[in-house]
Each structure stands twice: as structure tokens, then as C-alpha cells.
Design a protein around this ligand. Structure first.
Ligand code: MCA
Ligand code: AMP
Length: 505
């Protein structure tokens, strides 16, 4: 039985002296170097009495060691739980408690703040810093660079990724080895990745896109990546001549296009540009082709499902669509009220089923039942249609969600906080178009009678509670919210009123 995820992503590279990670400072790590580090960490983790199935909550900066920690967890049968580096202590406290993590790994800079949270949970706390230092690595250095992978089956859980919801409470999506492996191997085939590929990796590694798409595809194909700590336009332009492929959110593409140095010459040798996590405007697609001659390949996925659809590598990459269902992924469009399948071409709820679909939300059977049907179809919350050639068009969202620069923001979470603020009667949070982030957050506040809420105080409370990317970029006072005859807030009316707030020019 072995450990399929470890064997097929990592184990296949044992002893290979070919590069895996190229770092911006010129350092290179071979596959063998990387696996040695991972094995040492796996020994350190099991030495601290972590057992297979335990959750390891990880909020650390992107580094080769952070990636090795992922490999170590897979090898040791631990459930890897990566967390956005922007999350505040308050946000982290929920994830640590809800997941029942037995280990928390964080940057030394936040150790003092997180220690009480870990203690409350009886979890151990270790540090791992951006430069690879910290207590976890100190322990690991004394360990052997070999570790016999813990036996696991494809049905065993490999990762939890938290995803917020329309009720404001985050849910831990449980992903098995098979979920991750099937998707990685499919994408290698579909996107023709080989060991000759070098990927420009500037995405964070705490989300599906940077970890389970970009990294797993490189691992499964035996290629390498230039591993940047974050997106930096100058670095991207400087390093593009050295790579064959790039994956990014639409903001990566609009930022590249905003710079005249990004030219046909600079990108001519590239094999593939992939976009996802948020809608790529047809306009961006067209501008990109006009500038570079390349058609961006857009695909569609979710935390709960990894990737569902992709435009074809060889066939037509159709702007404004997310392409065709991936092999083994079934996709249907249903009536949101009845769940009945709609005729071809009609707009409805997108549902997907396949080996990529998660197992449910950790300890939330009702929420799981509401979104994951007994027959295995997952109700995505995205509205779309399938055209006569089978291409999937995402038309809108049935869920109240804002996607800013590829990060998902659920208005409810922010509204609950705004509603509690002094002088605020109620609030509505909406997404409006933004030239850089695609969409950005705006909060509408209705004051209590006779009150004038203090915006600076509210901003400070938001800053304490929520990650920076969730902060409303504008708070607006309004006498009342527009409502329909049923009393429901008409967010579409608000979105329309404020659609030009961040318009360019
Ligand atoms: C940073 N800030 C943001 C965002 N990122 N605010 C809103 N939305 C964001 N996405 C804040 C910064 O803290 C900063 O705050 C200010 O905005 C401007 O920062 P800037 O330097 O412009 O930002 P950046 O560091 O360059 O980051 C922008 C980014 C980054 C490169 C677009 O957000 C990013 O890498 N996004 C990718 C997210 C991703 O991987 N999503 C995949 C999720 P201040 O003004 O206080 O300094 S997985 C997924 O969605 C599914 C499964 C899928 O299909 O892939
Ligand atoms: P997440 O919660 O990070 O898993 O985000 C998943 C959501 O991102 C999906 O349900 C879609 O709404 C959105 N999404 C991902 N890829 C695309 C895409 N290519 N076009 C439009 N929306 C996308």
C-alpha cells in the first residue's frame, strides 16, 4: 500500500541531483536536498509524538523549509493545515480550536501571541521563519535525513484547507490523498508538464492554487520552479527569461500588462501561462495575446474540489470561459431551487463530481449535507452555463462572495463585525470593480438614529480582527439599505451605486 501521495509526488525523486527549487538569491535546491530536509522534519515531528491523522496548523512565510514541512506531513501521515500569513490572532484562534490541531507552526515574530492559543488547545508550538531558522528546524537539523513514510491509503486525509462561508464561519475542507493526487496527475497530462519545465512560482503556498496546483504539478512531473517569496513585478520580469511556464491570479496578468517592459520578446520562449482563482476578463485575455502572442489558459477550481475545468492545451482557449470539465470530472448545471439538471445552454448552479471532490467539512455534518449531495455532486455556489461546444461559462455567483486579488472574502464575516461597532445599526458589505484586485471590499454602514459612527474607530477594530486583505477599502454612511418587498437587502442595487468608486482614470 505504501503512501501514495508521498510515493508519487516526492518519493519518485529520491536521490535525484537535478534542481527542484531555484531561489531568488541564486541558491538551488536539488530534489535530493529537498527530500533530506523533509525527512529530517518528519523525524522531528514524529519525535514530538505526533500521530498519523493529527492536524498540523501552519502559518509561516513561503520558504523551501515551509514546503518541506508539507512533504514531511505527507510522509508522516499528518494532516497539513496551511493558513494565510495575513490572518490575525483572532482568526487563527478559531482555526486552531476548530481543527483540534496538535501542533502549531508559526513565525517567531508571532510566537508570543500564539502560545496561549496553542496552550489552550494542548497543542505544541514550534517556529519556522522565512529564512528557514526557528525551533522546528533546530530540532530537525539533529535528525536523520531519511524517514520511512507512514503507510497511508488514498482515502486517508492529507490536508485541511479552511474556506469561509456565507454564514461567516470558516469550514475546514477535508482533502484526501486521492483528491490531491488525481488532480495533480490530471493537470500534468492536460497541461503537458515534463521534467524540462521551469515554473515561475510567485503565488502563496497556503492556498490551493500555489500548493496543490502549481507545486503538486511540478512535483508530479519532476520539473523545477523559481520559488519567489511573493509577487514582485521586477522579479517577474527579470526571471521570466529563465522559465517555461507561469501560473497566476488575474492580478498577476494585469500587473504584467501594466508594465511596458513586459513584451513579446520577454515572453516568446514561454510554453504556457495559466490563470485562475478569479475571473480573467476577456479584455485582459485579448490584451495579453496582442502583447505577447500567447493565449492565457484559464481554468476553474475551488478549495473543496481542486480543479474542475480547464481550457484545452491544444484546442481553442476561449476567452471569458473556464474551458471544459477535466477528465473524470462530471459537471452539470442545475436549477438552484429544485436541483434538477437544466437543458444545455441554460444558466444555473454548477455542480461537480469526481475524484477531486473533497470529503466534507470537518465536524460540520449539516454544512456538508447542504453542499455535498449523497450522490457525490458538490454544489459549487457558482452560476454558469455550458455552451454547445461544452465550454463552461461562469456567469455569476449564487453565494455572497468577493474575490480580491485571488483571495476570497465572505461579506457576512465583515458585516457581523461592523454590526457590533458603536453607533452602527446595520451594515452591508459588497464587492466593487477594482483595476488591480479585480474586486475590492466596500462597507456600507447605517447609523443608529441620532448617531454618527466614528470611521477611524471602526477601521481600527476591523484591523484588530481581520486580515488586511478583508478590510473594506471604503466605509460609507447611508441612511438606510435598499431592500426588496421581502425585506432582503438588495446588494445588486448597492453594487450598482458604487461600481465606479475605484474606476481607473
Ligand atoms: C495584498 N493586499 C490585498 C491583497 N493582497 N488586499 C486585497 N486583496 C488582495 N489580494 C493588501 C496588502 O496587504 C497591502 O496593504 C495592500 O493590499 C497593497 O498590497 P500590494 O503590495 O499591492 O499587494 P501584493 O503583496 O502585491 O499582493 C497582491 C497579490 C496577492 C500579488 C495579488 O494578493 C496574491 O499573491 N494573491 C494571490 C492569492 C491566491 O493565491 N489565491 C488563490 C486562492 P497595505 O495597503 O496595508 O500595505 S485558491 C483559489 O482561489 C481556488 C481554489 C483556485 O481556483 O485557484
Ligand atoms: P476558493 O474559495 O478559494 O476555493 O475559491 C473558489 C471560487 O473562486 C470559485 O467558487 C469561483 O467562484 C472562483 N473561481 C476560481 N477560478 C475561477 C475562474 N477561472 N473564473 C471565475 N471564478 C473562479
Amino acid at each position: 500500500m505504501g503512501n501514495p501521495l508521498y510515493d508519487r509526488l516526492f518519493g519518485i525523486h529520491a536521490g535525484k541531483q537535478t534542481p527542484f527549487l531555484h531561489l531568488p538569491d541564486g541558491r538551488k535546491l536539488t530534489h535530493a536536498d529537498f527530500l533530506d530536509t523533509a525527512a529530517r522534519i518528519a523525524n522531528a515531528l514524529t519525535g514530538m509524538e505526533l500521530e498519523p491523522g493529527d492536524r498540523v496548523a501552519v502559518q509561516v512565510e513561503k520558504s523551501p523549509e515551509a514546503l518541506a514541512l508539507y512533504a514531511a506531513c505527507v510522509q508522516a501521515g499528518l494532516i497539513f493545515l496551511p493558513l494565510n500569513t495575513g490572518y490575525t490572532t483572532q482568526e487563527l484562534s478559531y482555526f486552531i480550536e476548530n481543527s483540534g490541531a496538535t501542533m502549531v507552526v508559526c513565525d517567531a515574530a508571532v510566537e508570543a501571541r500564539l502560545t496561549p492559543l496553542a496552550q489552550a488547545q494542548n497543542a505544541r508550538l514550534e517556529t519556522l521563519n522565512a529564512d528557514g531558522s526557528g525551533s522546528l528546524m533546530r530540532r530537525s537539523l539533529g535528525m536523520l535525513p531519511a524517514f520511512e513514510p507512514v503507510r497511508r491509503s488514498e482515502d486517508d486525509l492529507a490536508a485541511f484547507l479552511y474556506t469561509s462561508g456565507t454564514t461567516g464561519r470558516s469550514k475546514g475542507a477535508m482533502l484526501t490523498q486521492a483528491n490531491l493526487l488525481s488532480n495533480a496527475e490530471t493537470l500534468v497530462q492536460e497541461w503537458r508538464f515534463t521534467e524540462d519545465d521551469v515554473l515561475l512560482h510567485a503565488l502563496p503556498i497556503f492556498h490551493t492554487h500555489g500548493l496543490f496546483v502549481a507545486t503538486n504539478v511540478v512535483l508530479a512531473s519532476g520539473g523545477s520552479m523559481i520559488f519567489l517569496p511573493r509577487f514582485d513585478l521586477d522579479d517577474m520580469l527579470r526571471l521570466m527569461p529563465r522559465v517555461t511556464t507561469m501560473m497566476g491570479v488575474p492580478t498577476f496578468y494585469t500587473r504584467l500588462l501594466s508594465d511596458d517592459r513586459f513584451s513579446r520578446d520577454l515572453s516568446q520562449h514561454m510554453r504556457l501561462f495559466v490563470s485562475g482563482s478569479a475571473p480573467l476578463l476577456a479584455d485582459t485575455h485579448e490584451q495579453f495575446e496582442a502583447r505577447t502572442g500567447h493565449r492565457i489558459l484559464e481554468r476553474y477550481g475551488m478549495t473543496e474540489t481542486n480543479m474542475n475545468t480547464s481550457n484545452p492545451y491544444d484546442g481553442e482557449r476561449r476567452a471569458g470561459t473556464v474551458g471544459l470539465p477535466l477528465p473524470d470530472v462530471e459537471l452539470k448545471v442545475t436549477d438552484p431551487e429544485t436541483g434538477d439538471t437544466l437543458p444545455e445552454g441554460e444558466i444555473g448552479m454548477i455542480e461537480v463530481r469526481g475524484p477531486n471532490v473533497f470529503q466534507g467539512y470537518w465536524q460540520m455534518p449539516e454544512k456538508t449535507a447542504a453542499e455535498l449531495r449523497e450522490d457525490g455532486f458538490f454544489i459549487t455556489g457558482d452560476l454558469g452555463r455550458v455552451d454547445a461546444d461544452g465550454y463552461v461559462h461562469i456567469i455569476g455567483r449564487g453565494k455572497d462572495l468577493i474575490i480580491s486579488g485571488g483571495y476570497n472574502i465572505y461579506p457576512k464575516e465583515i458585516e457581523l463585525l461592523l454590526d457590533e461597532q458603536p453607533g452602527v445599526l446595520e451594515s452591508a458589505v459588497i464587492g466593487v470593480p477594482h483595476p488591480d484586485f479585480g474586486e475590492t471590499v466596500v462597507g456600507i454602514l447605517v447609523p443608529e438614529p441620532g448617531e454618527t459612527p466614528d470611521i477611524a474607530t471602526i477601521e481600527s477594530a476591523v484591523g484588530q480582527a481581520l486580515a488586511r486583505f478583508k478590510h473594506p477599502r471604503r466605509l460609507i454612511l447611508l441612511d438606510e439599505l435598499p431592500r426588496n418587498t421581502m425585506g432582503k437587502v438588495q446588494k445588486n442595487v448597492l453594487r450598482d451605486s458604487y461600481k465606479d468608486l475605484f474606476a481607473q482614470g
